[in-house]
Ligand binder design. Sequence first.
Ligand SMILES: Cc1cc2nc3c(=O)[nH]c(=O)nc-3n(C[C@H](O)[C@H](O)[C@H](O)COP(=O)(O)O)c2cc1C
Length: 402
Amino acid sequence: MLKDKNIIVGVTGGIAAYKAADLVSRLKKEGANVEVIMTENATKFVSPLTFQTLALNPVYKEMFKEPRNYDVEHISLAEKADMFLIAPATANVIGKIANGIADDLLTTTIMATKARVVFAPAMNTNMYINPIFQRNMEYLKELGYEFISPGVGMLACQTYGPGRMAEPADIVEYVKNSFCNKDLIGKKFLVTAGPTIEPIDPVRYVTNHSSGKMGYKIAEEGQKRGAEVILITGPTHLTPPEGVKLIRVNTTMEMFNAVKDHFDECHVLIKAAAPLDYRPEVVSDVKIKKKDTEKDELNIKYIRNPDILDHFGNRKKEQIVVGFAAETNDLVENAREKLQKKNLDFIVANDISRDGAGFKLDTNVITIIDKAGNVIDYPILDKGEVARIIIDKVKAMMENKS
Ligand SMILES: Cc1cc2nc3c(=O)[nH]c(=O)nc-3n(C[C@H](O)[C@H](O)[C@H](O)COP(=O)(O)O)c2cc1C
């Protein structure tokens, strides 16, 4: 994925410098050529030898030293870079760049480059929320410098809050995404994900096992390929992909209304959610109490929710509408019927009783059936790969239409 990419990793003097070793190792595994520039203070946290060994390249530190060759190092590194990744980025280095200070090899090289510069800040929470730091970061963002948000958690200084450097795996994902082919710029995607919940009383509700993983992966894939993505999600435990517009809903009716609000402005609707078909006819506004009798029963009458896919499939104009069919039997037959009835462009069917398929897993086993009658079976695949296949098919259909 990162083959032939020159990534210059800048390591600065924060405690998260040890995580940069993992980052460099991961970038190498993705095929990147990695060169490391360390600040003087960074070398107090981790030895340059660690980075030299992982990157299989010399580590740069000093600006004024006998040249290894006749290139001026800060200029040659600045020119060859496809991306600068400063991880961890101290408050100090961000402040220096924001104020035009170039007093060591790293800051001078960043100042001299035309490549993209990405900072992964890491610092104590009070430093992070300090208005001076925030102002420096906002100013750099305005100028086009990129930031990978730090996580919230327990920091090395024993305080809890934002400031923890993003995990190396997530930073690598960010880097990979940013080199990804942006073939969906100008397209607007509406993606639904997760279950819905229907309240019974103020403390109880009914729901299903949908995890939202498939819909989130589709939203992420669309977003990284340049589409504007609105993700309408029921309750899940997932972290939403960066850069998508997130709309959280609880009930099927709320999901229906959210889709209605945005459907007309979208080119594509992908309905990966599993909204509940029924809801209790009456929702008690006080907690339903059990009775102390042996024959105590609770009978709830359920009424139909709107069928979101059917509604919008049958009202679409130019949009591509994609549905999912989670089945336990007669997969292709049931999915084909759904495709026709709901006027879909294609349907992604999966037999949730098969090994490797199902709501909570990271993999899926799918069959895609389109309106032209093509049926394609896929082997067990990671949900990210399934998302790519779905988005590729949507893109091919959009191209055929235009
Ligand atoms: C043990 C220790 C940990 C530090 N951790 C951080 C940190 O996580 N983030 C930060 O911005 N500064 C941190 N600092 C302060 C920086 O090292 C200091 O601002 C230094 O000037 C940064 O230099 P550099 O940006 O040139 O690498 C830490 C200092 C010490 C002594």
